[in-house]
Design a protein around this ligand. Sequence first.
Ligand SMILES: *Cc1c(COP(=O)(O)O)cnc(C)c1O
Length: 398
Amino acid sequence: MTDFSKTKAMFDIPDGMIYLNGNSLGPMPKTAPDAMNRFLMEEWRTELVKGWNTKNWFMQTNSLGDRVGKLIGAAPGSTVVGDTLSIKVFQAVSSAMAMVPDRKVILSDNGNFPTDLYMVEGLIDLKDAGYELRTPNPENVLDNISDEVAVVMITEVDYRTGRKHDMKKIIEKAHAHGAMVVWDLAHSAGAIPVDVADFDTDFAIGCTYKYLNAGPGGPAFLYVAPRLIDTVVPTLTGWFGHEAPFAFDLNYKPIAGKIDRMRVGTPSIASFALLDAALDVWDHVDIHDVRARSIELSELLIREVEARCPGVKFAGMRDPQERGSQVSFRFEHGYALMQALIARNVVGDFRMPDVIRFGVTPLFIGEEEILNAVEIMEDILRNEIWKEDRFQVRSAVT
Ligand SMILES: *Cc1c(COP(=O)(O)O)cnc(C)c1O
């Protein structure tokens, strides 16, 4: 059984802050400063270029990939880390497209995170070969899977409402129709149990700075089903995926039989140090305990807000099995309400047009934080504190 008082003590959260935004950017593990300092002082400073060998920088894409892989049900040797999630969307979808060359439809949904859709739009323009991106409502994805579809690209948990897709059904139907699947785990990894091998997805991608707490801009990850690793077509053909990077051949030749072919170029080793420290927390955690606790806390948050916060409407799925680990509400003046909450040290975030979001992250959030947050929200609403001018001004990042 996971000891959540122990995991909470592993994070350095400012005194008095109730941090309900771990779904957007996880908090700093207490070990992060030492890990970064060790990287600087005992690796970069002392080893310089030798560090690629002596500190194994060259293969951290894979060793950290395996550590992330363990959290998503991936076998060793099937996951690599590096780059950003937007890049991984491009990489996975373009590889999948190359593996079903006779089809021209990419299927996603209109609840997907915009960058996933933007990257596919750019890819389609670049290929200029008659591809089409279809974005039905999330509840209609299954019905839109047909023999026309080359790639089904789905983010499991909707970033606005927390709505969770039934990935098993989607993957089964996609495969029955000969389509490839790219499963985006941005709001799943570290939030809900995920088993990429059991569900037999072709590709899975995600980021590490949300529920995995690797820090802003932490590396993304890419999983390829072991059955595809020999044949997967690398499309971002960088030298880190070459069969002999240090032969400096004039022509690209992907390394055979290894996930390494999906590596691109020199990764940020400093960000790897933070990811490594953040993953240590997960050695003490059973994701099934996290899920059970997240549901308990989410139900408490919904119940309390509905009972005490006039005008704030729950905006997600009622059945907790159909939600990820975030709870969203609608309020006409959602932006101002969130600014007023943040001013009182209750940190969530806002998504257009009127959605306020709270990430429920049991590693460092418990009942007390939920109840205190709702009490503050009730006060802000009953006393109309959100109407103050200073809460109406929009920042660049909401
Ligand atoms: C957070 C998130 C991203 C972010 O992509 P970056 O390249 O890391 O900025 C992409 N897709 C989804 C589904 C996300 O939730």
